[in-house]
Design a protein around this ligand. Structure first.
Ligand code: SAM
Length: 274
C-alpha cells in the first residue's frame, strides 16, 4: 500500500473511533469496551462477555510484578483500568490513534489515581517511538490488529519486546483459502489479512505458542453489536457520528456472517519473542 493510502486509512480509523467514543460519552458511558465479547452461555449480558474477553487475553499474557506491558489499540482504556485492578504489573503503556480515546483513558486513570501506572500515548502501534528497544515484558492487542499495517506492526512489536516476552492478540482475519483474493483486495481487507499470510509475517520474530479459534464465543457478541447499534440509532444525532455508527452496524453484520460461515476467523493468539 502506498504512503498516502496508509495515511488516509489511519485518518478514517481515528475519526471513526473518535466518533464511537463521543457517542458513548454523550450517554455518560465514556469508560466502555469496544470488543465483541467472549460468550460461553446463553443470556450473558453483553458487557460481561466483553470483560470476559479482556480477562482471557490478560490471563494468557500472565503479567508479573515488575513487568512493563504494552496495550496497543486500547479503546477507551477500560481494559487497562480492569487490568490494573486484577493484575500485579509495574506499568502499562498504551498506544492508540484516537485522540478522544487517549484523552478519556488519561482522564479516568488520573481520576482513579492510576496515572503513575497507566500511561497512554497518542501514537500508532506501528511506531511506538516512546519505547526503547527490548524495553517491554509483554504486549496485548485486543481486536485492533486487523486495522494495523501488520508487517510494520510485527516488526515494531519485536523491537520493543525483550526476548522471551509474550504478545497476546484477540485477532480477526480471513481464512487461509482466501489468501489470493485478499492479497489483491482493497486496503482494509488487505490489512485484516489471512491467517496464512499473517503467520508468515510474524514468524521471523515470534514463535506461535497458542492459536485458539474462538469464532463461536465471539460470534454472538458480534451479532448483538449489530442489534445494539441499530436499537440506539435514534439516540445518535444526525451528522458524521451517525454515519460512522451506521457503518459499524453494516461492518459488524458482514463480520457476523463471515464468522458463521468461517470465511472469517477470530483467534486468541499467543506469541513469544524469539
Ligand atoms: C475495535 S477497537 C478495540 C478497542 C479495545 N481494544 C477494546 O477491545 O475495547 C480498535 C481500537 O484500535 C485503535 N486503533 C486502530 N488503528 C490503530 C493503530 N494503527 N494504532 C493504534 N491503535 C489503533 C482504535 O482507535 C480503537 O481504539
Amino acid at each position: 500500500m502506498n504512503a498516502n493510502a496508509d495515511q488516509r486509512l489511519e485518518q478514517l480509523l481515528s475519526e471513526q473511533y473518535d466518533a464511537f467514543q463521543a457517542i458513548h460519552e454523550s450517554w455518560g458511558q465514556g469508560e466502555t469496551y469496544f470488543n465483541w465479547g467472549y460468550q460461553t452461555a446463553l443470556h450473558q449480558p453483553l458487557a460481561a462477555t466483553r470483560e470476559r474477553l479482556v480477562c482471557e487475553v490478560f490471563r494468557a499474557l500472565g503479567p508479573g510484578p515488575g513487568d512493563r506491558i504494552i496495550d496497543v489499540g486500547f479503546g477507551s482504556g477500560a481494559q487497562d483500568l480492569w487490568a490494573a485492578r486484577h493484575h500485579d504489573f509495574a506499568e502499562l503503556i498504551g498506544f492508540n490513534i484516537s485522540a478522544r480515546q487517549v484523552q478519556e483513558a488519561r482522564r479516568r486513570a488520573a481520576e482513579l489515581g492510576l496515572d503513575g501506572r497507566l500511561r497512554f500515548h497518542h501514537q500508532p502501534a506501528e511506531d511506538m517511538a516512546a519505547l526503547a528497544d527490548a524495553s517491554a515484558d509483554g504486549l496485548v492487542a485486543i481486536e485492533c490488529a486487523p486495522h494495523f499495517d501488520r508487517p510494520r506492526f510485527y516488526k515494531e512489536a519485536a523491537r520493543v519486546l525483550r526476548p522471551g516476552a509474550r504478545m497476546v492478540l484477540a485477532d480477526i482475519c480471513f481464512c487461509a483459502a482466501l489468501s489470493p483474493a485478499i492479497r489483491s483486495g482493497p486496503p482494509p481487507l488487505r490489512r485484516m489479512g489471512t491467517i496464512r499470510d499473517n503467520q508468515a509475517s510474524w514468524s521471523p520474530w515470534f514463535v506461535t505458542r497458542e492459536l485458539r479459534n474462538i469464532n463461536w464465543q465471539t460470534l454472538p457478541g458480534c451479532q448483538r453489536t449489530v442489534f445494539a447499534v441499530l436499537r440506539s440509532l435514534a439516540r445518535v444525532d444526525a451528522g458524521p457520528h451517525r454515519r460512522h455508527w451506521v457503518e459499524l452496524a453494516k461492518t459488524s453484520q458482514i463480520m457476523s456472517i463471515g464468522l458463521l460461515v468461517r470465511a472469517i476467523r477470530y483467534d486468541l493468539i499467543v506469541l513469544e519473542r524469539r
